[in-house]
Design a protein around this ligand. Structure first.
Ligand code: ADP
Length: 481
């Protein structure tokens, strides 16, 4: 799913917005963001057709990765025509529409939704008697009766060329937030319903608004601030990655340079000996040819192999985080059973007693989640304590909105001071000799869990063992990208 970086992420129940637009693209961006963020936030979303049809909206929501069929089937996303809502009697009765929305908001909360989000367009009301007055009467009624008392947010859509500027002025005065160019603006021209139509009171309220604006407003600036913070974190990660790559790839390279120089010196010696060859120097020649040169060559080979595996690891890391996730419901018991049977040889060799609890299902990308369990189990086996009977336990439980799994071992454990750094790329602890690895497994796991909007953490004590936990959404999470 495409990441949402829009002001609509900041919307809350009770917000009353209006979209003033001319271009189709402006309409599309606002409607898509309004509904997309609502569906992600577990709001019930109601789209009342206007200039554009339900088909248009469905298409745009699909483009940003919403499973539209699923949302429509579950009735989280509902499409209505104006006849179903505003204009049941071929006339526009504002109070009826307000009552309809009250009922819809109550129903949404009874169905367990966070709030109701509704968006509608009422240019058609102009065709009825006193259309303009009724539109403003409706907007005032919404502010007076609906937003403060019901868990609802609304985006009213107004095409600027379809309404008289006088009406647009009143529309601006009746909406605390205005969407222009896909940006939500706090509206200094907003007038609360009790002050509307009284010029002196309107002026008083504007003065208050102006004062408040400099003092405390700026709610929708959060999105920019948040994007900036995310960018800073990404930059830091990138800097760290560059440092580690340049540092860790340099050390095998320095070896290659050093041993190549040594070979070159050895050859100079060999050539000298061959030039003035006498049998007394055969022993020295034998040393260069049998020991010195092969030894240097083997170090060179080791270093190039090391660079090769580091680069392969980097490639794996970039692959694991670049491919698009395909989240679905996963039978974790089955996944873990398969992984364990792949490790059977190691498990028997190390005489590991392995216990697996009843593991809850979760939503995730099968290949990636398989990788997480594989890496954690592999580490649990790799870092066992050779002086103890080995025990590994895999357990899991469900919480309200997430499932938590753990892989526990009674191995060598990890000191507190090192627990954070093991998730950093190429970082390895030297507690146990002769264990193969590149220090990439946990980095990849962390990236995968981050992409699933989950969390990973551990409890560990040196010499006692480690327990790695990770949490994943228990339901499809539309924010997964
Ligand atoms: P690798 O195992 O390839 O070195 P990882 O990223 O998987 O890389 O792990 C990083 C480091 O964390 C390991 O080198 C090891 O020192 C430590 N570690 C990981 N898992 C465990 C564990 N279960 N018990 C003890 N130490 C562990």
């Amino acid at each position: 799913m495409k990441k949402i970086v829009s002001d609509f992420e900041e919307l809350q129940p009770h917000d009353h917005l209006c979209l003033l637009y001319r271009e189709h693209e402006e309409w599309k961006a606002a409607i898509t963001s309004f509904l997309q963020t609502g569906l992600v936030e577990n709001d019930k979303c109601l789209y009342i057709s206007g200039a554009y049809t339900a088909q248009d909206v469905k298409k745009y929501l699909k483009e940003v990765g919403i499973d539209v069929e699923k949302k429509v089937n579950s009735k989280q996303l509902v499409f209505l025509d104006k006849e179903d809502s505003y204009a049941q009697k071929q006339e526009f009765v504002p109070q009826e529409m307000i009552d309809f929305l009250k009922q819809a908001a109550t129903q949404a909360s009874e169905e367990g939704y966070n709030s109701l989000r509704v968006t509608g367009e009422i240019s058609w009301a102009l065709d009825y008697v006193q259309g303009e007055e009724k539109i403003i009467e409706y907007e005032l009624g919404l502010n007076e009766e609906l937003f403060s008392n019901y868990s609802i947010s609304a985006l009213c859509r107004y095409h600027l060329d379809k309404f008289d500027p006088g009406l647009i002025k009143n529309v601006i005065k009746t909406h605390p937030y205005i969407v222009v160019n896909n940006k939500i603006h706090e509206n200094p021209y907003y007038i609360s319903p009790d002050k509307f139509s009284s010029e002196p009171e309107e002026v008083e309220q504007w003065l208050e608004n102006i004062n408040d604006f400099t003092k405390l407003k700026g709610r929708f600036k959060n999105t920019i601030q948040k994007s900036r913070e995310k960018l800073e974190i990404k930059n830091k990660e990138l800097e760290q990655l560059l440092y580690i790559i340049s540092h860790d790839l340099r050390s095998p390279l320095v070896n290659i340079q050093g041993f190549s120089k040594e070979i070159s010196n050895s050859f100079t010696e060999v050539k000298k000996i061959l030039a003035e060859k006498d049998s007394a120097q055969d022993e020295l020649l034998g040393f260069y040819l049998e020991e010195d040169i092969p030894e240097s060559l083997s170090y060179i080979l080791k270093s190039t192999n090391k660079i090769d595996s580091l680069l392969e690891g980097l490639l794996n890391l970039s692959r694991s985080t670049r491919n698009k996730l395909q989240p679905k419901k996963l039978d974790i018991n089955q996944i873990v059973d398969e992984i364990i049977s792949n490790f059977e040889y190691k498990i028997q060799e190390e005489e590991v007693e392995i216990k697996v609890g009843d593991l809850p299902v979760c939503y995730g990308d099968k290949e990636q989640i398989n990788r997480v369990f594989s890496n954690l189990l592999e580490n649990a086996i790799k870092y066992l304590d050779n002086d103890k009977a080995a025990k590994i336990k895999v357990t899991g439980y469900s919480e309200e909105e997430r499932v938590v799994y753990s892989v526990e071992d009674n191995g060598i454990g990890i000191a507190k001071k090192d627990q954070e750094k093991i998730f950093t790329i190429f970082s390895r602890l030297d507690y146990k000799d002769n264990v193969q690895g590149e220090g990439l497994g946990l980095t990849i796991i962390k990236k995968i869990i981050d992409l699933h909007q989950g969390q990973i953490w551990l409890e560990s004590e040196l010499g006692v063992g480690s327990k790695f936990f990770f949490a994943l959404p228990s339901e499809t999470n539309d924010r997964i990208d």
